[in-house]
Design a binder for this molecule. Sequence first.
Ligand SMILES: *Cc1c(COP(=O)(O)O)cnc(C)c1O
Length: 384
Amino acid sequence: MAKSKGINTICTHVGELEDKEFRGAVSPLYMSTSYAFEDVETKRYPRYFNTPNQVALAKKMAALEHGEASLIFGSGMAAVSTSLMAFLRSGDHVVFQDSLYGGTSNLVTEEFDKFGIEYSFAKDAKIDSLAAEIRENTKLLYIETPSNPLLKITDMEGVARLAKENGLVSMIDNTFASPVNQNPIDFGIDVVIHSATKYMGGHSDILAGTVISSEENISRIFHMAKNLGGSLSDYTVWLLERSLKTMGLRVKAQNENAMKLAEFLNSHAEVTQVYYPGLKDHPDHELATRQMNGYGGMLSFELKESTDASEFMKALDLIKPSMSLAGVESTILLPSKTSHGLLSPEERHKQGIKDNLLRFSVGIEETEDLIADLEQAIKKVIKN
Ligand SMILES: *Cc1c(COP(=O)(O)O)cnc(C)c1O
């Protein structure tokens, strides 16, 4: 039913709780951690992911991603770790694409050995490269598209097919696209994960995560989730519901701004490279057009090597340096000094992350103001 509604209608209405007592316009907030005991099967408790607000928001999440069911977590990493652990056991093997979110690759490289879970990182995100890593004990394929920070695109339909042919579970981190721009379940992907800290929250003030899939898969993830205990406080669940009401509007504004800024940067004499899937010269442009509803609010670019990228960042006025992303405010960072700063220079270069690469999270400000800020900062650093 929810599937047939448009994105902004889902954002605004699906899963809302009715205020029967006072007939207020928004969902009431139920902060109880203790509920009357009914029976062992249905006991309500926040760590069981079944309080009124949690269940209501999960309905909206499932509708947004065209899935049957969902769980809401205390962080994106709680959603990632719980989902992976739900499907993997000692002796299993999992294939990851290259260039994953740093927290996810830390989880894998720092923790999986302890649990006897084997893993491989494919050499890139191409289907053949993922297929080449599949072994007899492989159980799961995990991708992230668009990728951070180079906005590479992975073929979701190809991944879903590869997984089905080999009896694997396919899992995607859909954070960068948001459900506004990409719905992986429509392409056959089994499990969709979001860091709701990013576009879903959208105001840089909520830490949360979610996973969406079939009833059967969500039930499996739930059994691991209640044991690991990564649920989200109902107060934040309520705030996240509010944030999601404007997600469609925010993300569409960010898409439009990002496209215009990518074009501006791409035609600028001082900019040597722009990475944005919406540009025709992006190597995965056609694939992005096939599987995305919009090209997203993230882009990366490089200034001429003679230009000091750190100085350029300092010269920006409106656009602020920031580690995180996807807020309504525009932010920028140097991956070589931040998100990818712990990698060796060789490893960074192997991944194609140059020292002067800038990652830009485009906000909802007026396009002209953002262009003016970039222009004045470029002028300042060239003069030096
Ligand atoms: C931020 C992020 C995460 C982790 O989410 P948290 O909410 O910080 O735990 C996972 N994947 C991607 C792509 C992210 O950007």
